[in-house]
Design a protein around this ligand. Structure first.
Ligand SMILES: [Zn+2]
Length: 295
């Protein structure tokens, strides 16, 4: 913590500056003064009514205070300490560099928001860890993941979207294909799988995982169903799959199959098919990047 560039710490490092606290302009600006004991911060810290220790009772180093809170309180209390200290330091820098000063209520409110955002992000991470269904995940090395989706439009041609990615989440090929006819939803979803498998075979891939957000199609392939119009497509898919060393088909919630979904929507609304080989479709880069965050 003594690495924090307070006035006193800078002075100790030989920087020739005024070492007084920029907020109260009375005491030396040590780390503990800047984050905890400056009189101008009292109203911020007093907003923490559930603090497990008597925070400002005696002058301690910031690290000591953190340890006391760790023993006396919960992990959430420690988060509050750090979020509030961060908010205080942020405000202090604005005073020094921008001559702007927030009220204690604003500094406290900002800390609460940071903590809320942090907890929100942690919850998402934990949910992802708990449930493999909860997000797109990269395949193991040597295996390629094929995400597919179909889109139908009343009175128009159906469209399918396919994206094949490697273990780093990088795009091998992406396709937005306008189909030759108008098919019902279940058949279009099966045709999307077929398109994905065909693309994988053309590229000479050996090990694949296919992901569709259509539970119906996933189950039809797993049970080798020949039922109905989609059943005919499923039988064709099974023949194609025989040529792979290993394959797996699994369900992914629609919300996480977003790249394939967008590619299918693109096909539905356009006159011609498009293929991207080894490059990312520019308009989907943000979604691909978000998926790669799970690699
Ligand atoms: Zn001060």
């Amino acid at each position: 913590m003594e690495g924090l560039p307070t006035k006193l710490n800078l002075g100790r490092r030989g920087v020739n500056i005024e070492t007084k606290c920029p907020l109260c302009e009375k005491e030396l600006e040590s780390t503990s003064h800047a984050l905890l004991y400056c009189t101008k911060l009292w109203d911020v810290w007093w907003s923490w009514t559930t603090c497990p220790i008597n925070l400002l009772a005696e002058n301690k180093e910031f690290v000591e205070v953190a340890l006391l809170i760790m023993y006396a309180g919960t992990p959430k209390d420690l988060e509050t300490l750090f979020a509030t200290a961060w908010s205080i330091w942020y405000n202090r820098n604005r005073v020094v560099h921008e001559s702007q000063c927030e009220t204690p209520a604003q500094v406290w409110g900002f800390a609460q928001r940071i903590q809320g955002d942090y907890n929100g992000a942690m919850t998402v991470c934990q949910l992802r860890k708990q449930s493999p269904e909860a997000g797109w995940a990269a395949p193991p090395p040597e295996v390629y993941k094929i995400n597919v989706d179909g889109a139908t439009r009343v009175g128009g041609l159906s469209g399918v979207g396919v994206v094949i990615r490697d273990c780093r989440g990088l795009v091998l090929v992406a396709k937005s294909k306008v189909m030759a006819g108008s098919y019902e939803a279940g058949v279009t979803e099966a045709l999307a799988v077929e398109e994905g498998v065909l693309l994988a075979r053309e590229r000479g891939l050996h090990q694949i995982i296919i992901e569709s957000n259509s539970l119906e199609v996933v189950q039809a392939i797993r049970t080798r169903s020949s039922h109905g119009e989609a059943g005919t497509v499923v039988q064709g898919i099974l023949v194609l799959l025989d040529s792979f060393c290993s394959w797996k088909v699994q369900h992914l919630k629609r919300d996480y199959n977003i790249v394939a979904h967008e590619l299918a929507q693109m096909a539905k609304g356009s006159a011609e098919s498009q293929t991207w080989e080894g490059v990312e479709p520019t308009m989907l880069q943000h979604l691909l990047l978000a998926d790669r965050a799970n690699c």
